[in-house]
Design a protein around this ligand. Structure first.
Ligand code: ISE
Length: 335
């Protein structure tokens, strides 16, 4: 079996997925690349020749050039593409966020429910990271008793000048919102955001770092330090506190070197390298799931639920208050 996959959006993430599908994914071929910028589409398609190029999802669908799609355009373009693809019955692996707001995400969920089948997987790749899966197994097995608290640190080396305070929530903390839902198996009921001292090495539009606190429906508390101009490199760390122990994940996977009067190990500079195995696993499992027809990854509901939390998160950033999350009723399709 060889699934014909089109990659829509030939930016950094899209081009990365073209290479992944062409070189490191079994059972898939890149059949097309879609981008309004045809030069960019062609450059990406050349990495996977003989892929065709298109300038819109509509043309792609009309040409029948894809059995499945990886959607990697900017988030504000997702809704229109997703609705077209769902309508055409084409499975999609949609990069996060599903859409940049709860109302638009809910429209995607409703379209899927109307189609009567799960066609959308959302790109929360951390669920495929080995450390994340090990911690999830420990939580579910109750190895150290009940989970009492989660502490996350999410540090980016830097962000572009155009990165806004809202994007801190929508682009970055969205991963921890999904992580807390993944680890706890519960929805998030409220969120708060505090800022204190801020870095002088940061960018104009961001208060940096920020401390986000999250509470799930049963009361589990989680903290997130989000620091997007941390300079030191790229770090995503989690500490889970149980009744009878603490489990840490995300410390460097590389060797510890003791030399030149120091001890330590290298850390990644970007999420492309830090999570490369997770992305590979995410895409491989998605391709397999399209073949079997049994969805395995985060669903459109997970995309909607995190969008709802992001909405509350941005309000909380502005008000400084503990802000409750408004959530629609979960359709049976996602039970
Ligand atoms: C980026 O969009 C990502 O998804 C990364 O995983 C995250 O670490 C980063 O903060 C975001 O900007």
């Amino acid at each position: 079996q060889n699934l014909h996959v089109a990659v829509v959006g030939a930016g950094l993430m899209g081009a990365d997925h073209v290479q992944r599908l062409a070189r490191r994914t079994a059972g898939a071929t890149v059949s097309a690349v879609v981008d309004i910028d045809q030069e960019r589409a062609q450059a990406a398609a050349d990495m996977a020749s003989p892929a065709r190029t298109f300038s819109s999802v509509e043309d792609l669908i009309k040409a029948g050039a894809a059995e499945a799609v990886v959607l990697a355009t900017p988030g504000f373009l997702h809704e229109e593409a997703l609705l077209q693809l769902i309508d055409a019955g084409i499975p999609v692996m949609c990069e996060k966020p599903l859409t940049p707001g709860p109302e638009s995400s809910l429209r995607v969920v409703e379209a899927e429910v109307a189609a009567g089948q799960r066609l959308v997987q959302v790109g929360f790749m951390r669920r495929f990271d080995a450390g994340y899966r090990q911690l999830k197994n420990i939580i579910d097995a109750g190895t150290y008793g009940e989970l009492l608290m989660l502490h996350h640190q999410h540090r980016n080396a830097s962000v572009p000048e155009t990165f806004t305070n809202e994007m801190v929530i929508h682009d970055s903390v969205v991963h921890e919102f999904d992580a807390v839902r993944f680890f706890s198996g519960e929805e998030i009921s409220n969120v708060a955001v505090r800022t204190g001292r801020h870095t002088s090495k940061g960018t104009e539009l961001v208060r940096d770092p920020q401390l986000v606190t999250i509470q799930t429906s049963s009361g589990l508390l989680a903290t997130v330090e989000i620091f997007v101009n941390a300079k030191l490199g790229y770090q995503v760390l989690t500490q889970a506190v149980f009744e009878e122990g603490v489990v840490k994940i995300g410390e460097s996977a590389g060797p510890t070197v003791i030399a030149e009067s120091r001890t330590g190990s290298a850390i990644d500079q970007t999420y492309h390298t830090r999570f490369v195995e997770a992305y590979d696993e995410e895409i491989q499992q998605w391709v397999n799931s399209v073949a079997t027809g049994v969805p395995v990854g985060p669903s459109a509901w997970d995309g909607y639920a995190t969008a709802a939390v992001c909405g509350a998160g941005v309000s909380a950033q502005q008000s400084g208050e503990i802000t409750s999350v408004d959530m629609a009723h979960k359709p049976a399709l996602y039970a």
